[in-house]
Ligand binder design. Structure first.
Ligand code: ARG
Length: 459
């Protein structure tokens, strides 16, 4: 390609080191689409003839078709997808092919391709998150009355319902969609026309190309147009946060599927056995999701480190952006898909949750509140209930199993209505504060989630 300036062939090891086609070939559709729009604009502006533009566009169409059908294969000795397509075009149509790169550089071309590629991926990822939200919605709807202990420090704390617990994850994933929307908006700006870095002397029309590509505007500064990778970093950050959410969710499922908890049973299709221990049923999907969180976060750090300290404008270092962001995208997609399937097919063991809720004195706050209502100052009530819990542990009893005499021996304020006060269903249904676990508050959460899902599924 640069035969004019060089007298020797490139060392083949250097060629391999320099080449990005093994990983940027996946952007072939975006590369071709961008080139078609560019060629059409060049003709509209009278920079090339309409005949040349038509030949270019038809030639590119043929290349696209042949790549899709597998008739044409990528040449792995090419430097990158941009060089490959241009060389193939010129081989096919001759002279007009050599006019395509007028008023353009691979620097603005690659910046465009990645934006177009990631823009489509964001849409796919959002759809996968909606699928997960639907699974969460279905499970939550089924379990608005399933009592379980809510935890702090992984110690049984206060009674909640399973619906309330898992709807927490719906909130996280809704925010994730918001972050993806934001990243997508800032990404959808065309750098084309920035050329190598300093724009061009040709009378190009950048806006019409951007419009044709479905973009919301053009980069205002040509140097920024080719040197910015914020959009990839921002997406990697949003993806890392998604993985952190999936990982927390995965961790709970791993924990809950242990014999110690026994809260969930995984479907056989979404769990694995052990090669030596016949009794084992392992939560591999959840564990891999948790593990791959490190990988996606690693991509974010890679991107930040690649960009750190780069002088303006384009530098070859930036070719390192693609493997990192593509791997993050691929990883998040497969994790969302499989996690959703695993979650949708698992069964919750209500009885085990109920047992855990009964055994943990999680109505202790309610018991103290009971005394407060009888006029006892909260700190005194807190102390009485603490003594009561210590007594129960000693005697191997739960609150429900204590006799009224036993209650009264700790405080004269206890009456027959204490049993109702520490009843777990009552404890939950009294927590009607908005955002709380009472069934009516949870119904409001479910409605809000349903509305959100529906609004995202409008065509
Ligand atoms: N393969 C290159 C990349 O991914 C394309 C841009 C190359 N530009 C250049 N001036 N060498 O960054």
């Amino acid at each position: 390609m640069w035969a004019g300036r060089f007298k020797k062939e490139l060392d083949s090891r250097v060629n391999d080191f320099n080449s990005s086609i093994s990983f940027d070939s996946r952007m072939y559709r975006q590369d071709i689409r961008g080139s078609m729009a560019h060629a059409a604009m060049l003709a509209r502006q009278g920079i090339i003839t309409a005949e040349d533009a038509n030949a270019i566009i038809a030639g590119l169409g043929g290349i696209l078709e042949d790549l899709e059908s597998g008739k044409l294969e990528f040449d792995h000795s090419a430097e990158d997808i941009h060089m490959f397509v241009e060389a193939e075009l010129t081989a096919r149509i001759g002279e007009p092919g050599k006019r395509l790169h007028t008023a353009r550089s691979r620097n603005d071309q690659v910046a465009l391709d990645i934006r177009l590629y990631l823009r489509d991926e964001i849409e796919e990822i959002e759809k996968l998150i909606i699928g997960l939200l639907e699974a969460i919605y279905d499970k939550a709807k089924e379990h608005t009355a399933t009592i379980m202990p809510g935890y702090t420090h992984l110690q049984r704390a206060q009674p909640i319902t399973l619906a309330h617990h898992i709807l927490t994850y719906a909130q996280m994933f809704r925010r994730d969609i918001g972050r993806l929307d934001d990243a997508g908006r800032r990404m959808n700006i065309s750098p084309l026309g920035s050329c190598a870095l300093a724009g061009t002397t040709y009378p190009i029309d950048r806006e019409s190309v951007a419009m044709e590509l479905g973009m919301d505007g053009v980069a205002e500064n040509s140097i920024d147009g080719v040197s910015d990778r914020d959009f990839a970093i921002e997406l990697a950050a949003a993806l890392s946060i998604i993985m952190v959410h999936l990982s927390r969710f995965a961790e709970e499922i791993i924990l809950w599927s242990s014999s110690e908890f026994g809260f969930v049973t995984l479907d056989d299709a979404y769990s694995t056995g052990s090669s030596i221990m016949p009794q084992k049923k392992n939560p591999d999907i959840a564990e891999l999701v948790r593990g791959k969180t490190g990988r996606v976060t690693g991509s974010l750090v890679t991107l930040l480190m690649v960009m750190k300290g780069l002088p303006l404008a384009y530098n070859k270092d930036m070719q390192e952006d693609k493997e990192a962001i593509f791997d993050a995208v691929d990883t998040v997609k497969i994790c969302l898909e499989l996690f959703t399937k695993m979650f949708a097919t698992l069964t919750f063991n209500k009885e085990a949750m109920r047992r855990a809720a009964s055994g943990g004195f999680i109505a202790a706050t309610d018991c103290a509140d009971y005394l407060v209502k009888k006029g006892v100052p909260f700190r005194d009530a807190y102390k009485v209930v603490g003594q009561l819990v210590a007594y129960c542990i000693e005697q191997g009893k739960t609150f429900e199993e204590l006799t009224l005499e036993e209650y009264k021996s700790f405080h004269p304020g206890f009456g027959g209505d204490i049993y109702e006060a520490v009843d777990l269903e009552n404890c939950v249904s009294r927590r009607k504060s908005s955002g709380g676990p009472a069934p009516e508050s949870v119904v409001a959460q479910l409605e809000s989630l349903k509305k959100f899902i529906d609004s995202r599924k409008q065509p």
